[in-house]
Design a protein around this ligand. Structure first.
Ligand code: SF4
Length: 322
């Protein structure tokens, strides 16, 4: 059984200007101890998907359809109090985007870790668990007495990862965990996540716009575009056999240091508004292969390691949708 199985998930924001379809019919699954990267440009719904998995979408947003099965339980069917007491932080946890800047400036690290444990009625030796959690993210115990302003960006990010892992969750979602960090610290944080996945057998979902970065750590990659997943494949396949024209364009846009081609490539155009996404393939206006049939919504065509939503692959595999 997969650790996490997401089916037909839709999460919309009901605004005065209309309905923003942040997540619009997403399917994927991930096994225990695996890591999945969710990649796409800004404003394509990645963070909404992460928040939906944590049931943390803020009003006027909400999950409107679909299921999220975590270890056999559909968390979309749980009451808020059941989810808060039994699941949030204990079975699934998240490092939110920019979380390191949300550390409370007036409390030291130890107090902030202690507060989480007390709030969740942690049964056990609090001092020991604080020491262990700092150690597992590579921080010295002396950090516990420091205040956020006394920490570097990398240290703060390690502290928020320690917080997310305090209650030993099975699944950790990290939303852009290396944004605003320099290259060296980015690489240290990625190595840390890799180590935690290996040592603790934790299932990791890494949300990022950086395809090159995500391919260093994850087993599988989901490419997200305009509120939908357009391709799901293994990380091995991402460079060897990317199928969707958007995936191919993202790879083309990665700067290449070891080739003679020094031209900077980018994905031409911009994603459609999620307020009124076009009918049919949402990548249509930017796709060099667009055909008449693309005005119809492409289903998920099965591939050897996942699926691709693109009419170019019609007939190349089994159609996953009824
Ligand atoms: Fe391009 Fe058509 Fe495939 Fe969309 S379905 S990515 S428009 S070829």
């Amino acid at each position: 059984m997969p650790k996490l199985k997401v089916s037909g998930l839709k999460a919309y924001y009901f605004t005065e200007n209309g309905i923003i379809k942040g997540v619009d019919g997403i399917n994927f699954e991930i096994n225990e101890g695996e890591s999945l990267g969710i990649v796409g440009e800004s404003a394509c719904g990645k963070s909404t998907l992460g928040a939906a998995l944590m049931r943390s979408i803020q009003l006027p947003g909400k999950i409107v359809e679909g299921s999220i099965i975590l270890g056999g339980d559909d968390i979309t069917k749980m009451s808020s109090s059941e989810f808060d007491s039994k699941v949030r932080w204990k079975r699934i946890s998240m490092v939110f985007q920019g979380a390191m800047n949300a550390l409370d400036p007036v409390y030291n690290v130890e107090s902030q870790l202690r507060e989480i444990l007390i709030e969740h009625h942690f049964q056990g030796k609090i001092d020991d668990i604080i020491a262990e959690s700092l150690q597992q993210v590579g921080l010295d115990l002396s950090i516990a007495k420091r205040y956020p302003h006394e920490l570097s960006g990398g240290m703060k990010q390690r502290v928020v990862i320690a917080m997310a892992l305090l209650l030993n969750p099975d699944v950790l979602i990290a939303d852009e965990p290396t944004t605003a960090l320099d290259m060296v610290v980015q690489s240290q944080i990625i190595s840390l996540l890799k180590k935690l996945q290996k040592e603790k057998g934790i299932t990791i979902i890494l949300i990022t716009h950086d395809l090159a970065l995500v391919s260093q750590i994850t087993d599988r990659i989901a490419i997200m575009y305009a509120g939908q997943l357009v391709e799901f494949l293994t990380t091995k396949d991402i460079y060897k056999n990317p199928r969707h024209p958007y995936t191919q364009a993202l790879i083309e846009a990665i700067p290449k240091l070891r080739t003679k081609d020094k031209k900077i490539h980018f994905v031409k155009g911009s994603p459609p508004s999620l307020l009124s996404p076009p009918q049919g393939c949402r990548f249509y206006d930017r796709c060099v292969h667009a055909m008449d049939v693309c005005k119809r919504n492409p289903p998920e065509f099965e591939t050897e390691t996942g699926y691709v939503c693109c009419w170019l692959y019609e007939g190349s595999g089994e159609n996953r949708q009824p």
